[in-house]
Design a protein around this ligand. Structure first.
Ligand code: GLN
Length: 232
């Protein structure tokens, strides 16, 4: 079904670095699963988009303050966020995980983080998880605005561990980053494209229509396979 756009251009906010969902390739162009899904949705439904890769918490704020019409940023659909956003049909199953530096043998459970620093990106599901469990495990949370700072902190030993979405950690490992995941994933999160609650309903509908069509034709699987080889 074709839906009629109501704006000449829809501004889409996104993360600045969240591979394989959005990241800059060797030509400094943004690519990734989110970028491809949104770009194809716009082509299929005949609307125009402008991506702003401003970081995850920046994207949340941009949509909340009407500086962006929607956001696609590996954003987990949660009940708390549903108070503020309307979400598309889920497009990816995810979850979070702890990562440590490769060769770290001291951390085999969350209890081993007692007295240590643990990092996460501001405003993320990982940050919420760490916040909710900090009394239990006795770590100190260090917040970072962007993934490069978060992963750098782990590399230089400023934090003992980091929490991030597991497909993102898996991709980093596949790309040769010297990290490992000693503790099982915490599954359950699903990603959705989001608009501010009650706003741009046609944009959400166009994304949902295009997503359903991409799933039907197999294009959705092709986009995933472009970036994720082992189906993780
Ligand atoms: N899925 C996580 C969240 O929604 C992280 C998203 C991100 O860092 N881009 O909080």
């Amino acid at each position: 079904k074709q839906v009629t756009p109501k704006k000449d251009v829809y501004v889409i906010a996104s993360d600045s670095a969240f591979a394989p969902f959005e990241f800059q390739n060797e030509n400094n162009q943004y690519v990734g699963i989110d970028v491809d899904l949104m770009t194809r949705a716009a082509e299929m439904q005949g609307f125009t988009i402008k991506f702003n890769h401003i970081g995850f918490s920046g994207a949340v704020q941009a949509v909340e303050s009407n500086q962006a019409d929607g956001m696609i940023a590996g954003m987990t659909i949660t009940d708390a966020r549903k108070q503020v956003f309307d979400f598309s049909t889920p497009y990816f199953d995810s979850g979070i995980q702890l990562a440590v530096k490769k060769g770290n043998t001291t951390v085999t459970s969350f209890d081993d983080l007692n007295g240590k620093n643990v990092g996460a990106k501001v405003g993320t599901e990982s940050a919420d998880y760490l916040e909710a469990n900090k009394e239990t495990y006795g770590y100190t949370i260090k917040y970072f605005d962007a993934a490069d700072q978060l992963y750098d902190a782990l590399r230089v030993g400023a934090v003992e561990g980091i929490m991030d979405d597991y497909p993102v950690i898996g991709y980093a490992i596949a790309q040769g980053q010297e990290i490992e995941t000693p503790i099982d994933r915490i599954p359950g999160g699903q990603y959705g494209f989001a608009v501010k609650q009650g706003q741009n309903p046609e944009l959400l509908e166009m994304f949902n229509e295009a997503l359903a069509e991409m799933k039907r034709t197999g294009e959705y699987d092709q986009i995933l396979a472009t970036y994720i080889q082992d189906g993780k």
